[in-house]
Each structure stands twice: as C-alpha cells, then as structure tokens.
Write a protein that binds this ligand. Structure first.
Ligand SMILES: NC(=O)c1ccc[n+]([C@@H]2O[C@H](COP(=O)([O-])OP(=O)(O)OC[C@H]3O[C@@H](n4cnc5c(N)ncnc54)[C@H](OP(=O)(O)O)[C@@H]3O)[C@@H](O)[C@H]2O)c1
Length: 313
C-alpha cells in the first residue's frame, strides 16, 4: 500500500528560507525499485547550491537531498539492490537519490547498498557523496603510493574522505585547515597546515615535493598556491572553482558531468565495503530533526560545520 510521508521541496529557485516540508504519498515499488524508510538524510552543500538558481533540465518543485540511510520497507518483484540480494527490513544506504530529505521514498534499487555496520544511520547517510567525490579526485590526478599531495579544505567532509582514501593508497597529504580543523586532519593521517596569507611559504617550508593538488574549497588562494606548486595541470583538480579551472586548464569535476557520474556510481559499493570493514569513518558534527532542515542548511552554508550534518525524520 502506498505510504504517507513528508519531504522537503524547493518550490522556487533561491535560498533555503523558501523550502517547504510537505506531505506526499510514496508509491509502491515497481520492478527494480525499493521503498526505504529514512532513518537519516545526509546533508551536502550541493543540496542548497543546486536549487539556488535555475538549472538546465531541472523542473520545480525540486525535491531536496541526495543521500539517505534507512531500512527497506517494500521491495519490487525480482529486485536486487546495488550490493546484491535484499529483503524487507534490511538496512541500506542510498546515493544519488532525488528527495532524500524525507521520511520515506521509493527509489531505483541499484542506488542502494547494504549499510556499513560500524556506522550509525546519521554517519552512513553521509558516506557516499563526499566519499565518491574524494575517490574521483584522487583517481583523476593519478595519486599513487609515494606521492605527496596538497589538499585544500582537508578538515571538511570531502577533505576527510580524501585523507582516509589517500592513507589506504600510501599517499602522503598536506592538508589545509583552520586551527580548529587541524586536529581532524592529523587524526586522519594528514599534515595540517593553516590556510590564509602566507600559505605558499608555509607549504614550501615543509620541504616536501608536492606531486598533485586537490582543491575542495575553491578560493583564489587555493588555486593560486596549487598552480605555484604543481607544474603538471593534469595533476591539479578542483571541485569548487570551475571558472579558475577553465581559465588555467586544470581539471574541474562535478557529479553532473557524465564521466564523473559514471565513476562515482561505480565506486559506491567499494566505499560501502571499506566502511563496513571499519576502514572509513564519517565524522559527524550534529544531527537535526527533519523539520529543522532550513536551520541546518544555513549552518552548513557557513562553511565550518566541523563534520557532517544529518536530518533525522
Ligand atoms: N564538484 C563536486 O563534485 C563537489 C562534490 C562535493 C562537494 N563539492 C563542493 O566542495 C566544497 C567542500 O564540500 P564539503 O562537503 O567538504 O564542505 P564542508 O564539509 O562544509 O567543508 C568545508 C571546508 O572548507 C574549509 N574552509 C572554509 N573556508 C575556507 C577558506 N577560506 N580557505 C580554506 N578552507 C576553508 C573549512 O575548513 P575549517 O572548518 O577548518 O575552517 C571546511 O573544512 C563545497 O563548496 C561543495 O559545494 C563539490
């Protein structure tokens, strides 16, 4: 039977203040689909940025949220999920869903993977967007064992995923952060360094060869320091400064690019497995009730959340 649920929508382009929490009926799953009761919705800057202005191909109202953790409450006929067999009651994470800020939703089953046991729902709901982005950044600059990379925004959600995946590959990371974020960088194996005026000199003073630069911040400082330290433009990647990348000819990636989407979709299962084995953590800063999505979004937009945020229905 179709399920009554609540979900957040953007009824118009613009800021989160105009988002609405509305009632909806979640359809029964057809073949290749599952219905998930959401235990936690992961939050990412993209949730807000993607509805800030009209986007080609997107129609209003836009359901908000790209990733969730929860349990399967209905499963379509002859249906397997991304990680294999599944039953009603199984705990799963899912990414890239449409409308994750919800109490329940029906989705293509291939987007769902067995929930990593060591992670809480709030942590697990935040694994895949940041994790797949981080994995693609490392892949695109061909980071390999023995390399030293400079990572801008190392204490952020994507940053800590890069740190953990780099450590698994034997890649050394110099990571920029605030004073408050430095301890998080160290905990995940990076060499913390303060961002702000003098960054280039501070990196040079470490006297380490910087083979590649990964930008998860997008400031001019991050781009300028990357260009000053890394000659090979194919070993500089940004996820937040597409304009500067086009200007200088280095890499810029986004989930909306077909090649990125294909890579990221392909790596979800591997990240879920690593987390299940206890090899990937998701530092959580705060949780909020689902009804407080706007307040949580405004906090995340300040850019110093100190870890991931999750909405709990
Ligand atoms: N293109 C893509 O595919 C893609 C995918 C995911 C994310 N993104 C984008 O990447 C960015 C990071 O995402 P996230 O989820 O990691 O965000 P987040 O968790 O909010 O982290 C933001 C980080 O930026 C750091 N920061 C803030 N101001 C800074 C400055 N002036 N200089 C250097 N660092 C600064 C903060 O460090 P402190 O707290 O230590 O100050 C914080 O760790 C966002 O712009 C997001 O939209 C893009």
């Amino acid at each position: 039977m179709p399920l009554a649920a609540q979900h957040w929508i953007a009824p118009a382009w613009g800021g989160p203040e105009q988002w609405r929490l509305v009632g909806t009926t979640v359809p029964d799953p057809g073949p290749g689909e599952i219905t998930v009761r959401v235990r936690a919705a992961g939050m990412n800057p993209a949730d807000r940025k993607h509805v800030a202005a009209p986007r080609p191909g997107a129609a209003l109202p836009v359901p908000i949220g790209y990733e969730v953790s929860g349990e399967i409450v209905a499963i379509g006929p002859e249906t397997r999920i991304g990680s294999g067999e599944a039953r009603v009651g199984d705990e799963v994470i899912a990414f890239r869903v449409q409308g994750g800020y919800a109490s329940a939703l029906t989705m293509p089953a291939e987007k769902a993977f067995r929930k990593p046991a060591p992670l809480s729902h709030a942590e697990a709901a935040n694994l895949l967007l940041a994790g797949t982005t981080a994995a693609e950044m490392l892949e695109r600059v061909q980071a390999q064992s023995g390399d030293t990379i400079l990572l801008h925004g190392a204490s952020g959600a994507v940053g800590v995923m890069v740190l953990q995946l780099a450590a698994l590959r034997g890649v050394r990371v110099i990571g920029t952060a605030s004073e408050a974020g430095a301890e998080r960088v160290r905990r995940f194996g990076g060499i913390p360094i303060a961002y702000g005026p003098g960054l280039l000199d501070r990196v040079r003073a470490l006297d380490l060869p910087v083979n590649a630069a990964l930008d998860a911040v997008g400031t001019d400082e991050a781009v300028d320091v990357s260009l000053a330290l890394v000659d090979d433009l194919a070993r500089i990647v940004t996820i937040a400064a597409p304009g500067r990348a086009a200007e200088h000819g280095f890499l810029s990636i986004a989930g909306s690019q077909p090649a990125s989407a294909e890579f990221r979709d392909g790596i979800r299962g591997e990240l879920a497995r690593l987390a299940d084995e206890g090899l990937l953590e998701v530092p959580l800063a705060r949780t909020y009730p689902l009804a407080d999505a706007v307040e949580a979004t405004l906090f995340l937009a300040e850019q110093h959340p100190g870890g991931k945020l999750a909405l709990l229905p």
